[in-house]
Ligand binder design. Structure first.
Ligand SMILES: Nc1ncnc2c1ncn2[C@@H]1O[C@H](COP(=O)(O)OP(=O)(O)O)[C@@H](O)[C@H]1O
Ligand SMILES: [Mg+2]
Length: 461
């Protein structure tokens, strides 16, 4: 009995492309130098060897020690697998004759049961037969038959010369079940890597380009962009606890987006207990993702926001523990697409409310890209049934307008001076309703209602 369950060693790619690995299969991995071809090929080799499908890795130029050392830093211990006889490395100097290389591979696959063969790269072989039609046909035929011979998967790595825009893989492309093109470039000072799936047999592909990174200790991490073709529907109703707020926005729905904004130099905390009240009333869990502060600072702000209510710190900490998870992320370490995917991966399944804090940080991003990415992320979260809250300063009119335009409820804090004192007022608008202003005194009465609610639900008083 042979086991025909092969893997890419990357779960996102398995989800998208697994059928193309059904043997016999040929995968071409192409890209410019440094794009990650060797790492990608090694990942496939390693993951299958771990599953007891022996892998033969044929390198040109690169010696075994260097390859194994590099892959070890990415979390793959080839030495360990080699000592168990699960991988073998073959290295040829660039000057070797094609026949010599092919003969060596042939005798190895004939004498040992390899199920995966990696050729990194095919360029010297193809170059050597350039212009010799008969030899070229023989080589193509060899590659065509190799996956059948091993009843497995053949990975052909194709090096694209620097600067070449068009991708001419020649005949190699035709024998492939899938062509994966790795691209990399610098965007906004960040290294951006992308995988393009050019061709694939028997897999319905709906994603054209997938961002990925190569991460120390973990290897390749691939992020399938969360793009839904349809506009997602909203989920069930969520009750609003404060009377004044309820009069204006009636109720919320899971899947709605609420945008909360304030002046950058006067940031109120009053909305925090209001939304925690909504969570407590409906028994919803909140996941807070801050672009500005670490979790401890957010926790302190939550405590502070309750300080006027008379609810004890003990009870507030219990609420935080039971209802709230806080994470933070530096958005400048990722490209826009990658950030969206990383954020989604951070959201625990049991979160009902996802609150993004410090969204004004995106004021610097390219507008078109920002809107597209934000729209897709919100649509995806709506489809997951999350109530989305986006919180930030009004850094500029544009960021306010974009976020308002993509939201179902807009809450904007303004400061006004009354008798020499600064007071907040809240501008509230909900889709389908008239906008209203809530005054500070009315906000204070919301807090009194919150105290009652918490006593009833949590303290039992
Ligand atoms: N330990 C590591 N941590 C993070 N990135 C790494 C590490 N090792 C290699 N890389 C990245 O992988 C890239 C090289 O990948 P590689 O698979 O050798 O590319 P190719 O075979 O296409 O030339 C390097 O440019 C480097 O950015
Ligand atoms: Mg390489």
């Amino acid at each position: 009995m042979t086991d025909n369950d092969f893997t890419f060693g990357i779960s996102t790619l398995d989800k998208l492309l697994k059928p193309v690995l059904e043997p016999p299969s040929t995968i071409v991995i192409a890209g410019h130098p440094g794009s990650g071809k060797t790492t990608f090929a090694s990942t496939i080799c390693y993951a299958n060897a771990l599953n007891s499908k022996k892998c033969l890795f044929v390198s040109q130029q690169e010696d075994k020690q260097k390859l194994y050392r590099n892959m070890k830093r990415l979390g793959m211990d080839f030495y360990a697998l080699e000592s168990k006889g699960l991988v073998k490395h073959l290295s040829f100097p660039i000057s070797s004759a094609v026949e010599e290389i092919i003969n060596e591979i042939s005798s190895l696959v004939a004498s040992q049961d390899f199920r995966v063969v990696v050729i990194d790269s095919v360029n010297p072989l193809l170059n050597a037969v350039e212009g010799d039609h008969a030899k070229r046909a023989w080589l193509q035929n060899y590659f065509y038959n190799l996956p059948k011979t091993i009843n497995g998967v053949c990975i052909l790595v194709a090096e694209l010369p620097f600067g070449s825009k068009s991708i001419d893989l020649g005949s190699i492309e035709f024998v492939a079940d899938a062509v994966l093109i790795l691209k990399h470039g610098i965007k906004s000072n960040l290294l951006v890597r992308k995988l393009e799936i050019r061709k694939s047999r028997s897999s319905p592909i709906s994603v054209a380009e997938i961002p990925f990174s190569i991460v120390e200790g973990r290897g390749i991490e691939l992020y399938a962009p969360p793009i839904l073709e349809e506009v997602a529907r909203e989920g069930p109703e969520v009750d609003v606890f404060c009377t004044k707020l309820r009069n204006i926005i009636k109720h919320l729905h899971k899947g709605m987006t609420v945008y909360i904004s304030y002046p950058p130099d006067a940031r109120p905390l009053i909305y925090i207990p209001m939304f925690i009240g909504i969570a407590v009333l409906n028994d919803l869990k909140i996941h807070i993702l801050s672009y500005l502060y670490p979790p401890d600072v957010i926790k302190d702000l939550i405590r502070k926001s309750f300080s006027q209510t008379g609810i004890s710190r003990e009870v507030v900490d219990k609420i935080i523990q039971d209802y709230i998870k806080i994470r933070s992320i530096n958005p400048f370490t990722y490209s826009t697409d990658e950030l969206a995917i990383r954020e989604l991966l951070m959201i625990p399944n049991d979160a009902d409310i996802v609150a993004f804090h410090g969204i004004e940080i995106f004021a610097t991003r390219n507008r078109e890209e920002y809107i597209r990415s934000l729209y897709n992320e919100l649509n995806y979260l709506r489809n997951m049934g999350k109530l989305i809250i986006r919180i930030g300063s009004i850094a500029n009119k544009e960021i306010y307008d974009i976020n308002s335009m993509l939201s179902d409820v807009v809450i904007r804090h303004d400061v006004e001076q009354i008798d020499g004192e600064y007071r907040y007022k809240m501008y509230v608008w909900r889709r389908g309703e008239e906008p209203h202003i809530i005054k500070q005194e009315e906000l204070d009465s919301c807090l009194e209602e919150l105290v009652d609610l918490i006593k009833r639900k949590l303290i039992g008083g």
